[in-house]
Each structure stands twice: as C-alpha cells, then as structure tokens.
Ligand binder design. Structure first.
Ligand SMILES: [Zn+2]
Length: 341
C-alpha cells in the first residue's frame, strides 16, 4: 500500500467508474460490497487509520469518511437510475391500453316461452293455484284412459301420438297431470300445470314438441261461470284490457260441457288480418267442466264435487308477443334468433 491519501484518490476514481458502469442491480450490489463491505477496500483503509502516525490520522480519516459518504451517494443515485430504467422498460414491454373494451362474459336470458310460462304461473299463484307437474313419458292410462278417451279415439292413433317402447307414450297434453294431482287427494283444490307436450305433427305452425299450461279447480260449487271469469281475468292480464274472448261449444273426452276459446286478434283488434286468417279471432285453447268419469278415475265423488279445467298453448303467446312468424324459430336453438329476446 502506498501513500494513504494517494490510495484514496485512486480509489475514488476507480469507485466512481465502477459504480457508473454497474449494468444492473446485482452488479451495483457487488461494486458496493467491494468498497464498503466488511472486506471492502475503503473499509480496510478506515480500519488501518489506527496504524498511521497521529499527524496523518486526522487528515486521512477525514478524506476516507468523505469518500465513504460519496460512494454511498453514488450507489444510491445509480440504484435509482437502474430502477427507473427497469420500470420504463417494463412499462414499454407491458403496455396497457385502458381504452380497450372489456372482456364481458356473455349473459344469457330466459327463453321467450319460459318468460310467458312464468308470467302465467305467477298470475294463477295470485289466485291461489299451486303448480303441479307430471312426467313427459306417460302411461297410456294417464294420457288417455283415465281422461275418458275411448279405446278407438283417433288421438290414440300413431298419426298423433309418439309411442315409446314398452307401451308408454310421450304425453300429448298436460291433462294427465290432472289425474296425477287429483288421485288420492281430497278436494277442494286449484292447480296449474305447465309443461312440454309432444305430437306427431310438423308444419310451419306446429312443432313436434310444444308447451301447454293446464289449469283445473275442483270444489263443491265450481261452475262454468267461475271458469269464464278466471279466463277473462287471465286473458286481460296477459294481453291487455281490450282483449275479448269467445267460447265455442266443442268436444273433449275429459270435459262435459266443453268449449274452445278464442281471443280477439291483437294485430287487427278484430277487424281481420292475415294473422287471424281474416276472422278477427285467434284460437287460444280448450276448457270445460271436468267429466264425472275423470273425477271417478281419481277416486273423487262426482256427486259431491265438481270442477273445471282449461288448457292452452304457451308458445303462441310468446310468438305473438315478439312477432315470431314460425314456431320452429323458437326451438331450433339458433342463438342468432334467441339472443334477440
Ligand atoms: Zn287479425
């Protein structure tokens, strides 16, 4: 080791250069350790002060301490510069464009028929009806026999009914729910039964699967007048106060008397248009007083109890509401169609 002060001057020049040249934080850390670490060159000079003649000790000590402070300042400045550069690099590499549109997950919604079905159920719930369901693969007994269909009734024909191996059928209407709901129960009751039904029919207006809702009420005094009152209230709730109903005498095996009901065409207000085939009326469904034989099949005393039932399609309501011209569009699962509702 030469003159301590000359050593310090050389060390200062060397330290300044080494620190400025440190290319990254580890290199800077190493440079600092080589100067100020326990075995660093400046630390050694400071430790050696005790061996100097007293007249030199103060001067060299002062210079070494000044240099130590400067080295610390250079290291900190270089560290800040390296960290700033690293941050700038990272920002440049990972550019975030906050103006880009977000990655929004697609949100589904209820099928138009489901929306109508829920409104129907909510309306009848407000009148004290509770929901009943039944299987879609049904026995012939529940679908036909208990509902008073004679053996040779055309509805039992292959033309209308999907038969399942083993003698079951795909239910052709929601009426078998009447049988399941009433059997083994004591009236009075009010039930609403929405669900899928199946018929061997396919055209622009028909699809092999569609949705019906069945409603029925049994007590000691339920009358056709009650039935009409409920249907009027229901129609006005669903279609508006202007709507009128028409009842036409008809025949169903499971009701007597029976009627088909129509509502005034909402497109032309009854004046006649293509939607209603110029008649001013749109077919809505069927209704009637529950046949005593049906009550009997359910173990209900038809001398004491009477009731009414009605059924109608749900899909037509969804189609009319949205102006959907073809029932197939509802069920073919084309998202381009379904996403519009
Ligand atoms: Zn019309």
């Amino acid at each position: 080791m030469g003159e301590p002060v000359q050593d310090l001057a050389a060390l200062e020049a060397d330290a300044r250069e080494t620190i400025a040249a440190a290319a990254d934080l580890p290199a800077l850390q190493a440079a600092r350790a080589a100067l100020l670490g326990r075995k660093g060159s400046l630390s050694q000079i400071l430790r050696g002060l005790g061996g100097l003649p007293p007249e030199e000790r103060g001067r060299v000590g002062q210079a070494a301490n000044r240099l130590k402070g400067e080295v610390e300042a250079w290291v900190e400045a270089r560290r800040a510069s390296l960290e700033g550069a690293a941050r700038d690099r990272s920002l440049a590499e990972h550019q975030l464009d906050v103006s880009l549109p977000g990655d929004v997950a697609p949100r589904g919604h209820l099928h138009p028929t489901t929306q109508v079905e829920r409104e129907v159920v909510a309306f009848f719930a407000s009148l004290g009806f509770s929901v009943e369901t039944g299987p879609e693969v049904e026995t012939e007994y529940h679908n036909f026999e208990a509902l008073n269909f004679p053996d040779d009734h055309p509805a039992r024909d292959m033309q209308d009914t999907f038969f399942v191996e083993g003698g079951a059928v795909l239910r052709t209407h929601t009426s078998p729910v009447q049988i399941r709901a009433m059997s083994g129960r004591e009236p009075p009751f009010r039930f609403i039964a929405p669900g899928r039904v199946y018929r061997h029919d396919r055209s622009l207006r028909h699809f092999p699967m569609f949705h019906q809702v069945e409603g029925f009420m049994v007590d000691e005094r339920a009358s056709f007048a009650d039935l009409k009152g409920i249907l009027y209230a229901f129609a006005r709730h669903m279609m508006g106060e202007r709507v009128d109903l028409r009842f036409r005498a008809s025949f169903f095996p499971f009701t007597e008397p029976s009627a088909e009901m129509d509502f005034t065409c909402l497109v032309c207000d009854g004046a006649g248009c293509p939607t209603c085939s110029q008649s001013g009326w749109v077919e809505w469904g069927g209704c009637g007083m529950i046949h005593p034989n049906v009550l009997g099949h359910c173990g209900i005393d038809a001398e004491r109890w009477q009731g009414f039932a009605f059924g109608m399609g749900l899909d037509r309501a969804a189609m009319l509401r949205h102006g959907i011209p073809n029932i197939h569009l509802l069920f073919e699962g084309d998202l381009r169609v379904l996403e519009q509702f």
